[in-house]
Write a protein that binds this ligand. Structure first.
Ligand code: SF4
Length: 549
């Protein structure tokens, strides 16, 4: 061989490849990846309170920095409400400022749904003095007020905080209200009382900078009641009461539930957590979400996406090894109830007294009615009230001799202890009346629906849940209702675009937990809704097999 083979030219050292992160902090991706992340990086949402108190409340709505108005205000439970009269068809086409009214929705956190009569009276006063008598009980046990002016916010906070209520982190990319069994500590059949754990989580972590910048909202639920009365499957983190054969009562830990556009049910990590370790486990899971949760796309940022990608084994391993620095105890699965509890009606407590669960209509109440409820409750010797995850209200600690009189007095105020099946099992989100994301009306439509169905099918031997939502966001849990309604524009018989709903059929929680099926073309106009629900119900009643839901 005559030729000389030359050595290949030395290659340039490969540049370290920059991975395409999803914004997970623990992997070093801390650069803001979208407007929301940029806003959060620029200033902690909690800092906006000082500006509201010292500046905006004095200088007025027009002086509010847009990044505060449409971003950080949420950290204090404030959303601008929808300008009245804007058609649902325009929701997606208008800029946020075109949809903004000059008033706010204010969400008051009610941890575990636990309220005293004194606290309820203060909420009622705020409603009548500052919120045009508006008040809604939400399906996360909060109370929402509307028509709030920026000028009044500091005075409202002062009033609320004087009785231990607050709006801190009621909205925003933070740990939202801790929902809990409304019969915590009083139910005769309770497995374990979650109240000490709720208190510890709230005291240590709510309003703390440690978790004031999460990738997205983070929903917590705790229950020690066998009826799983807090919809645990659809929360980011849930602690569900269970008895360990060796260690006794504690909690089973579930992670990664959530509805909206990619619904997922929470999954068990297979651990048993004693009451005194719940807050620490909560801290670990929330820290994982903060550090590894995806921040690139808002619609992939909830914890459920991380859990789905990692799987529960890896999730538990990271929780144990990296955060808690110890192994958790394996635990049994809790028994799953056939139907989750809403506690409506009269029930005996563990101390011999009674609690009374009452149903307003789709959570819509008023300051005036809440003030009267507080008075009636106090006059019947009780001081404790609870809101529920089904937009209901409970009165605790009622002596047997007082029950009938209390039930009658609450009934006269529109809060029924023996409601029709339709009233009991229909929920509705805020909808187009106030919500900027809404496409259709919900609360009033649902109230009319209940009226009509009570006439047409007065007796039902099984509960049929109807959840009315104004858009795909599923605040009133579209996918887990027997009849889930997702607000959208639909065509009527003449081909006109009108408000209506995409129907999801056959969803549920508990024993048959699963998402309703969205049948192609299964849409109904708002006007046809009563006929539609009646038809579905009659067909079901006629054709069901024994025991079929
Ligand atoms: Fe608003 Fe949509 Fe949520 Fe209803 S489901 S409250 S319309 S965001």
């Amino acid at each position: 061989m005559t030729g000389v083979t030359s050595a290949p030219a030395p290659r340039k050292p490969a540049r370290p490849r920059k991975g395409k992160g999803e914004g997970q902090w623990a992997l070093g991706y801390r650069e803001p990846l979208n407007k929301n992340e940029e806003n959060k990086k620029n200033d902690d949402g909690l800092n906006v309170r000082a500006r509201i108190e010292n500046i905006y409340a004095h200088t007025g709505f027009d002086s509010i920095d847009p990044a505060d108005l449409r971003g950080r205000f949420r950290w204090w439970g404030l959303y601008t409400q929808r300008k009245p009269g804007i058609d649902g068809g325009k929701t997606a086409t208008l800029e946020p400022e075109e949809l903004d009214d000059r008033y706010f929705m204010m969400r008051v956190r009610v941890e575990g749904g636990q309220l005293s009569t004194e606290q309820l009276k203060v909420i009622a006063e705020v409603s009548t003095d500052y919120a045009r008598d508006s008040a809604d009980i939400t399906d996360r046990q909060n109370i929402q007020l509307h028509w709030i002016r920026i000028e009044d916010v500091p005075a409202i906070w002062q009033k609320l905080e004087s009785v231990g209520l607050y709006t801190t982190e009621a909205c925003g990319d933070v740990p939202r209200v801790v929902i809990a069994s409304p019969v915590a500590g009083i139910a005769a059949d309770e497995i374990i009382d979650p109240t000490p754990a709720i208190d510890e989580i709230v005291d240590k972590y709510i309003g703390s900078a440690e978790f004031s910048n999460l990738p997205r909202k983070f929903k917590t639920a705790l229950t020690g009641h066998p009826s799983h009365d807090v919809v645990p499957e659809v929360n980011d983190i849930a602690f569900v009461g269970v008895v360990h054969p060796e260690h006794g009562p504690g909690f089973d830990l579930w992670v990664g539930g959530g509805l909206s556009t990619n619904p997922m049910l929470a999954q068990r990590l297979g651990t048993w957590i004693p009451s005194e370790e719940v807050a620490e486990a909560w801290w670990g899971v929330t820290s994982i979400f903060r550090d590894y949760g995806y921040r690139r796309l808002r619609n992939r940022a909830r914890l459920k996406f991380l859990v789905a990608d990692w799987g529960v084994e890896k999730f538990r391993e990271v929780l144990e090894d990296k955060y808690l620095k110890r192994k958790l105890i394996d635990g049994p699965a809790p028994e799953i109830p056939a139907v989750q509890g809403d506690h409506v009606g009269v029930h005996k407590q563990n101390d011999g007294k009674y609690f009374v669960g009452v149903a307003p209509i789709v959570g819509r109440v008023s300051g005036t009615s809440l003030a009267k409820v507080a008075d009636v409750v106090a006059a019947h010797g009780s001081n404790r009230i609870r809101t529920t995850a089904q937009q209901k209200l409970l009165v605790l600690d009622v002596e047997e001799s007082q029950v009938d009189s209390l039930v009658a007095a609450l009934d006269a105020l529109g809060f029924q202890a023996n409601p029709s099946a339709w009233r009991r099992n229909t929920m509705a989100c805020t909808g187009i009346e106030f919500c900027k994301l809404a496409i259709v009306e919900t609360k009033a439509r649902a109230a009319q629906l209940i009226d009509e169905l009570e006439e047409r099918i007065p007796e039902l031997d099984v509960p049929i849940t109807v959840n009315v939502n104004g858009c795909p966001n599923s605040c009133a849990r579209i996918q887990v209702a027997d009849i889930g309604l997702k607000g959208q524009l639909v065509r009527d018989a003449e081909g006109n675009q009108v408000p209506g709903y995409q129907v999801h059929l056959g969803g549920g929680l508990g024993l048959d937990a699963g998402f309703g099926r969205k049948l192609r073309g299964h849409k109904v106009t708002s006007a046809d809704l009563p006929d539609y629900v009646e038809r579905v119900t009659q067909n079901y009643l006629k054709e069901r097999n024994e025991g079929e839901r």
